[in-house]
Design a binder for this molecule. Structure first.
Ligand code: SF4
Ligand code: SF4
Length: 354
């Protein structure tokens, strides 16, 4: 199957279908402009204006139709979401409509005043990315000197104004040995959670395919994450390593079970130009909000791609016959990057790689 076979299909303007009651989180790439040039960036974002970004009034129309009955949480992301001159208006608009908001700034634009204003507008928590435990390793990965100093300064400001924050780390062969040190840094800076994002080799990240962890290494980092989470003092979670579900059950662990791939199954992404995707890494047009008159609900309910992804029994290869198919699902973006088919088997799982 190819990308073109997975167009969103349904014509705009047709009657709304029954609502699939699964949407919990929407990540909204409110702008693609970014001051950094991270090596793994899914969007290849640059520090320049991008054509066709949604205007303030268009964004507010999207918010009006964003399924208040499900109350999904909005992650304001980018690019650098703080580059949007109307970001406070948008966050306030979300708060007024009853949505919870969190934000993923890169740190460069964070000042005490700006972060306090975002907090007052309704941002409940932030995430900051730290991909190395030192300025040398972090700045090399982020592509900008001073990125480490900036992001750690932003975290200190968040701590000062009591803005809860988590540290996100993109896990790759480059930093897997540094993870214990990155965790210590996160603890020292006052993070509540360390969230391990396993490298998905798309965008600039596709040049990093060789830097993705081997399937066995993914498993061992996940086991380390479970242990560290149990040990405290901060939570250690994993994102975009859906096979964590399998490892969790195999180890007979108790407590918080990890979640599998939520792409299109509980999670939706809106691009800077208003295109729906199952997640930011799965760059497949799943409905263009402009074509749907900025009606999020209609676009979401009619999305062929989202409906495909809910049918886990149609997944290919090992994932399609795996007992963890529903809970794990395999990373659809890695499957797509490797084969051009988002319904194919997940290449980074040892079960699928056999
Ligand atoms: S498709 Fe992959 S990158 Fe996207 S949410 Fe699922 S696990 Fe994460
Ligand atoms: S084969 Fe697929 S569904 Fe099964 S554990 Fe691996 S990635 Fe998950």
């Amino acid at each position: 199957m190819t990308n073109s076979e997975h167009g969103h299909g349904a014509a705009p303007g047709i009657a709304a279908k029954k609502l699939p009651h699964d949407l919990r989180i929407i990540a909204w790439e409110i702008t693609r402009r970014c001051p950094l040039s991270c090596r793994h960036c899914r969007a290849g974002a640059q520090d320049r204006d991008y054509a066709g970004e949604l205007t303030t009034s268009e964004c507010l129309r999207v918010l009006d139709s964003m399924l208040p009955e499900l109350r999904p949480m909005i992650i304001w992301t980018g690019g650098e979401p703080m580059y949007r001159p109307d970001i406070l208006e948008l966050v306030r608009g979300a708060s007024e409509r009853g949505f919870r908001s969190v934000m993923a700034p890169c740190g460069t634009l964070v000042t005490r005043k700006a972060l306090q204003e975002l907090k007052d507008a309704g941002i409940m928590a932030c995430s900051f990315s730290l991909d190395g435990a030192t300025a040398a390793t972090h700045d090399a990965f982020r592509g900008v000197d001073g990125a480490f100093a900036n992001v750690t300064r932003a975290m200190s400001i968040a701590a000062e104004i009591n803005m809860p924050f988590q540290v996100n780390v993109t896990v790759s062969r480059l930093n897997k040995e540094e993870l214990p040190l990155i965790r210590e840094t996160a603890v020292r800076l006052g993070a509540g959670t360390l969230d391990l994002f396993f490298l998905v080799p798309v965008g600039r990240g596709s040049a990093l395919r060789d830097l993705s962890l081997a399937p066995e290494d993914t498993d061992s980092v996940l086991r380390w994450a479970f242990e560290m989470d149990e040990q405290g003092p901060i939570r250690v979670r994993e994102t975009c390593a859906p096979q964590a579900v399998r490892i969790w059950h195999a180890a007979g662990r108790q407590g918080r079970a990890p979640s599998g791939c939520m792409g299109g199954r509980g999670f939706a992404f809106i691009s800077h130009t208003g295109v729906l995707q199952p997640c930011g890494f799965l760059d497949v047009d799943s409905g263009n909000l402009r074509e749907y008159g900025f009606d999020f609900k209609k676009a979401y309910c009619h999305s062929k791609v989202f409906n495909d992804l809910r049918q886990t029994e149609r997944y290919g290869g090992a994932c399609g016959v795996c007992g963890f198919r529903q809970a794990c699902g395999g990373c659809r973006a890695r499957a797509y990057a490797a084969t051009g088919d988002y319904m194919a088997s997940e290449p980074s799982c040892p079960l699928a790689a056999r």
